[in-house]
Design a protein around this ligand. Structure first.
Ligand SMILES: [Zn+2]
Length: 406
């Protein structure tokens, strides 16, 4: 009966079958929510599969496809399901567009960065709030970071003070080893320790100031190397002074070099710890390194007590050593207290900030020390070999004028 009644009734415009309806709706949806994007292909395919499964289940439970279609369309669960899928697809498309826009913005910043104010910097780039403007923003490109050394910003002075210093000590080292080819091996090692410490310290510092705006991770890594460099320079400075100052006292020399090496290694270990690189540890950082520098006072006092003040000045260049120590401490105090920018905030943004002055004092102290240990080496090597008991007896006999026979 139902079949006869159906054939007798005038033909109504046919609704699409369940499958046709699904396909049509999907295509419309896809064109609406995925503009020029192929990202949602997989999600659309997944939707179609889910819907097909859903319809198939409905079909198994119902008598006819038409009945299933009309009931399916009115089913609140199905409508909710479709809305949820549509929402997910729209969200995915939105995220993709946002990601694209962010990528383009990042690429533009890498190539066309502008100097920015302190308060606009990300927290990890905020180091000195007395420097108000002219900071580099985050530049996630090593090549752009290195190009930035040729532009003027808050790090220009820090970069060039230690780049020039590094080049200077490389030239000195080459000149020294070419000129003193016939130097004894021990003396060569003593000077090699000094040149290595100076070049590594200034080189690490130059690299740190150049790339620390790349990203937080890179900045932290090179910050650690920067502090390691300071410990290496301090150690490298003491080695030649101890070598020539205690030239004929092997035990004292070994003990002092050993103790200062342990302190320098401790500084390096502390520098490599993550917590230590935070700005709030500024004073502690300066204190640890001052302790390493001041540890050199003990062998200096030892030398003066044993040889007297006049001989210490003539043979051990103690006055140059004291001047070197003073410059390091002065630089560290200015750096820790942020002098002079704390007295005129915003006016040392590019030049004459405490960090630059600290850098200049480090280079000056290293040059002064090089001069001092060169004088010591010259004096010591002119004296000849260390006295041995036999030599001392022979010299005493010759001094008394007594005839010497073997
Ligand atoms: Zn520095």
């Amino acid at each position: 009966m139902d079949g006869i009644r159906a054939s007798a009734e005038p033909e109504q415009p046919r609704n699409p079958t369940c499958q046709e309806c699904t396909l049509t709706n999907d295509e419309d949806d896809a064109s609406a929510i995925t503009p020029r994007s192929n990202v949602n292909d997989s999600s659309l395919r997944a939707r179609r599969v889910r819907r097909s499964k859903h319809k198939l289940n409905n079909r198994n439970g119902r008598a006819s496809a038409e009945q299933s279609s009309s009931e399916d369309e009115d089913d609140p669960q199905t409508i909710l399901e479709e809305m949820r899928h549509d929402g997910e697809a729209a969200l995915a498309a939105g995220k993709e567009l946002l990601h694209d826009a962010s990528d383009k913005a990042q690429k533009a910043i890498k190539r066309f960065w502008n100097r920015t104010s302190f308060h606009l910097l990300p927290d990890w780039l905020k180091d000195n709030d007395f420097l108000h403007h002219h900071h580099r923003p985050q530049i996630e490109s090593f090549s752009e970071c290195f190009k930035s050394i040729f532009s003027i910003h808050s790090e220009t002075g820090n970069i060039w003070t230690h780049l020039i210093g590094c080049i200077l000590f490389i030239v000195f080292a080459i000149y020294f080893f070419l000129l003193h080819e016939k130097f004894p091996v021990g003396e060569k090692w003593a000077f090699a320790a000094f040149f290595t410490g100076a070049i590594m310290c200034l080189g690490f510092s130059f690299l740190f100031h150049t790339v620390y705006c790349h990203s937080e991770k890179i900045g932290r890594l090179f910050g650690k190397l920067d502090y390691c460099g300071i410990a290496l320079l301090t150690l490298g400075s003491f080695v030649p002074w101890l070598h020539f100052g205690f030239y004929c006292k092997e035990n004292a020399k070994a003990i002092y070099i050993g103790v200062i090496s342990v302190l320098a290694i401790s500084c390096i270990i502390v520098s490599l710890m993550d917590r230590f690189s935070q700005p709030e540890f500024r004073a502690i950082r300066a204190g640890v390194f001052c302790a390493l520098g001041l540890s050199g006072l003990i062998p200096t006092i030892h030398y003066i007590a044993e040889n007297g003040w006049t001989k210490s000045l003539e043979e051990a260049a103690v006055h140059w050593l004291i001047l070197m120590g003073f410059l390091y401490v002065l630089g560290a105090v200015m750096y820790a207290c942020r002098i002079p920018e704390r007295w005129c905030p915003g006016r040392c943004d590019i030049w004459f900030q405490s960090h630059q002055i600290f850098h200049v004092l480090v280079v000056a102290a290293a040059l002064i020390h090089y001069h001092g240990v060169s004088l010591m080496a010259n004096y010591r090597l002119n004296l000849g070999a260390c006295p041995t008991p036999e030599r001392t007896i022979m010299e005493s006999i010759q001094h008394l004028g007594a005839p010497f026979t073997a």
